[in-house]
Design a protein around this ligand. Structure first.
Ligand code: GUN
Ligand code: FE
Length: 425
């Protein structure tokens, strides 16, 4: 692979997320300077007579996208229409994930996976690996080599799937310890290990409890699926009769707290939403997956009214894309259908800054301001949107046929250079 080049001073139009509110300020002619440590040294209006020419005429610069939920071992089965959820897992996903015991397959897919993230301008992702520790090691080294940021975890399953995918609590948690030892906090926090029980149905009570103990002892983040599909809800209630509801299963085993991010959250009761807020859990909203598997519509109003942190996720391969811009468009449609009307601007904030806050990396990621890491993308805009502020956000979300991802950098290191026009996947 090429040695990544650094981002020099960048002159252009910048979309700067507000730190806490879902909106941006627009700097029409700004100059961004990156410090040698990869942080933003300054971002100000370009001075009169600025000697730096516009870096990418017609493009807009914004923070790299944060994908809060994606499955690396589903890269090759993206878009397999074998849903709903439990059928899709059994027919398509489990057989493919079993192939990740072969190192050659795991390595080839890890390369494609990282390249596809970069091609769509995603600089940070929360990734599910397969249940194989070797594949998870391969995933971490690929994320590292590609210069990406994120968290990833061994997908924990000790029941409810073919035996070749299962691993008992003892060896699985020992593998997590080794992976966390090696990767958690790697490169000044660019990579993190995330405790990843697949979902309640694939885990025994002992595995859920052991996962929570590991997360607590090492201060690790936690990710899992919550309340995605009605058949899944019914089976979960049968499997965990002592818990009051689906969120209760995770809470009862110590997995619900401020370092937890739950994907989907479609069918939560009012009581579950209230407890999500009381526990300060984060939500990964995955509308494209929810449409494709017919899982339902997440009522975006419910978490937002309660002040919950909500990021967006592709959930690739149930989601049909690596593009967070397409997820923004899907989230817009889902919001309209659930009476949660919103704007492309607010959803692009969730695809960047909101995702960083949901993943607990908001101190360094998701703002374009001095001290933040210089994780940025440049995206070409169609002609009309170049002029009008009001059209920039709609163009980014909905006029994707035109706009290519022109540059991608993490900590000022270019992962996709301005002159590197490989087709985006
Ligand atoms: N629930 C359990 N596993 C999965 C998965 O791989 N994808 C989705 N969308 N939901 C799940
Ligand atoms: Fe998922």
């Amino acid at each position: 692979m090429r040695v990544p080049a650094s981002l020099g001073p960048v002159r252009g139009r910048f979309l700067c997320p507000h730190p806490t509110e879902p909106r941006f300020s627009v700097l029409d002619d700004g100059l961004l300077v990156v410090a040698p440590d990869g942080r933003i040294a300054s971002l100000d209006a370009a001075p009169v007579g600025c000697a730096v020419p516009e870096t990418r005429p017609g493009a807009v610069w914004l923070p790299g996208f944060v994908d809060t939920h994606i499955h690396y071992p589903q890269t090759r089965v993206l878009g397999s229409a074998t849903g709903p959820l439990l059928d899709w897992l059994a027919t398509t996903v489990f057989p493919e994930e079993a192939r990740f015991r072969e190192a050659a397959h795991a390595a080839a897919v890890a390369e494609d996976f990282c390249a596809a993230l970069v091609a769509q301008g995603t600089t940070c992702a929360s990734v599910y690996s397969s249940s194989d520790p070797g594949a998870t090691e391969i995933l971490f080294s690929a994320l590292d080599r590609h210069g990406l940021r994120g968290q990833a975890g061994l997908t924990l399953m000790d029941r409810g799937a073919p035996p070749e995918l299962l691993s008992a609590a003892g060896p699985a948690l020992e593998a997590c310890e080794r992976l966390a030892e090696r990767w958690h906090g790697h490169d000044d926090g660019r990579l993190a290990f995330c405790v990843t029980p697949r979902f309640a149905l694939s885990c025994s009570a002992a595995l859920l409890r052991g996962a929570a103990e590991l997360a607590e002892r090492r201060g690790l983040p936690v990710q899992t699926h919550l309340s995605e599909n009605l058949a899944e809800l019914a089976a979960t209630a049968t499997a965990f009769p002592q818990s009051v509801d689906y969120l209760g299963v995770y809470a009862d085993h110590g997995l619900a707290g401020p370092r937890s991010i739950f994907a989907h959250c479609i069918h939560l009761s009012t009581g579950e939403w209230d407890r999500m807020a009381a526990l300060d859990c984060a939500v990964s909203h995955c509308p494209d997956s929810n449409f494709f598997l017919g899982s339902g519509l997440m009522p975006l109003r419910a978490p937002l009214e309660r002040g919950l942190r909500v990021g967006l996720g592709t959930d690739m391969g149930a989601g049909r894309t690596f593009s967070m811009r397409r997820i923004v468009a899907g989230a817009y449609d889902a919001a309209l259908l659930t009476g949660s009307a919103t704007t492309a601007e607010a959803l692009l904030w969730r695809a960047t800054r909101g995702g960083a806050l949901a993943l607990g990396v908001g101190a360094r990621v998701g703002c374009l301001a001095p001290g933040f890491d210089a994780d940025v993308v440049a995206i070409d805009l169609p002609p009309r949107a170049r002029a009008a502020r009001s059209e920039v956000f709609d163009a980014l979300a909905f006029r994707r046929d035109h706009g290519a991802v022109a540059a991608v950098a993490v900590r000022g290191r270019l992962l996709r250079a301005l002159d590197d026009q490989r087709p985006a996947r």
